[in-house]
Design a protein. Structure first.
Length: 322
């Protein structure tokens, strides 16, 4: 028992000595690091150019321009540039002017005092003195949004209004050679089952944003909102008089029946608003063939609120009396 207790005490002492050594070593490293980072250093870094406020009607063709910037600052500030890609913003409303067929940026004393660098950073030099941005005119085009959907309704339910998309069209901006080939933008496929309530869905647009060929093409929206009214539907049947059209003036004829049953589907909320006056059924005599003594009735007019309109009578018999 005494030997075990003695060994535990010795192990504890050694462990504490080791912990003290590690703590001392870590403290010394931190002091050295802090001392190094507190000192000022001068170095030159390559800064990427980030173009901002570029006019919509223009597109920058050479977007890989860089500036070599010589800075003097303490080590803590240098960490920021080493751990992230440094960039300088070039404002095309304030820092740029047009000359011939290029945009021109020039290093000036005013720019050297730009607020993009803090007061703790001294800008010693910027190379080159002048940057030239080649550009081309953008094409601005409005194209429709096309819904891609597979929507199935619960039995007895159906769409009571047209699909409404907001926005139903978007603006495409980019080089004419690319934008001219875009005629519409599809949505991502919307699949729904057993729908029995009004639709209100946000649908993403299928934009070629990840396509390397379309990186310089901009779109005014990335999604659209689908809105539509869904209602319970029922069947309605009305007797509609048949009207004869395109019969020669010198021909007298009688036809039967004079009325036909027209069946249709309509929402319950609109059922009582539908009347026989909303429909028009015609028989076009000019479509008859020689030695044929029947005409085919057609629905020439029906309300927008109804669906699946059909005539139960397939033929209208006639005889020529004169």
């Amino acid at each position: 028992m005494l030997k075990e207790l003695k060994s535990k005490i010795l192990a504890s002492i050694k462990s504490k000595r080791l912990n003290v050594f590690v703590l001392f070593l870590l403290s010394a490293f931190l002091i050295l690091l802090f001392n190094k980072l507190s000192k000022e250093y001068t170095n030159t870094l390559a800064f990427n150019i980030k173009a901002i406020n570029v006019p919509d009607e223009d597109v920058i063709l050479n977007d890989s321009i860089r500036l070599d910037v010589t800075l003097k600052t303490h080590g803590f500030k240098w960490l920021k540039y080493y751990f992230s890609k440094p960039e300088i913003k070039v404002d095309f409303k304030k820092d740029i002017y047009k000359k011939d067929s290029v945009f021109v940026w020039h290093k000036t004393a005013a720019y050297l005092q730009n607020t993009q660098f803090s007061s703790q950073v001294s800008v010693l030099n910027i190379t080159p003195d002048t940057l030239y941005f080649q550009f081309d005119e953008n094409m601005v085009k409005k194209v429709p949004v096309v819904l891609q959907s597979d929507i199935k309704y619960s039995p007895g339910y159906d769409l009571a209004s047209d699909f409404n998309l907001k926005p139903d069209s978007i603006t495409v901006i980019g080089p004419e050679i690319k934008v001219s080939k875009i005629h519409y933008i599809e949505t991502e496929s919307l699949a729904l089952k057993d729908v029995r309530t009004d639709l209100l869905k946000t649908v993403k647009l299928k934009l070629p944003v990840n396509n390397q060929k379309h990186q310089d093409v901009k779109f005014s929206a990335v999604q659209t909102v689908l809105n539509a009214k869904v209602d319970k539907f029922t069947e309605g049947i009305l007797k509609i008089p048949v009207q004869l059209i395109n019969a020669p003036e010198n021909v007298r004829l009688k036809f039967f029946p004079k009325e036909v049953n027209v069946a249709y589907y309509v929402s319950l909320s609109d059922f009582n608003t539908i009347t026989a006056k909303d429909f028009k059924v015609v028989c076009d005599f000019s479509k008859t063939i020689n030695n044929q003594f029947f005409m085919v009735p057609e629905v020439a007019q029906y309300p927008e609120k109804v669906k699946n309109v059909k005539i139960n009578q397939k033929r209208i018999e006639f005889i020529i009396t004169k």
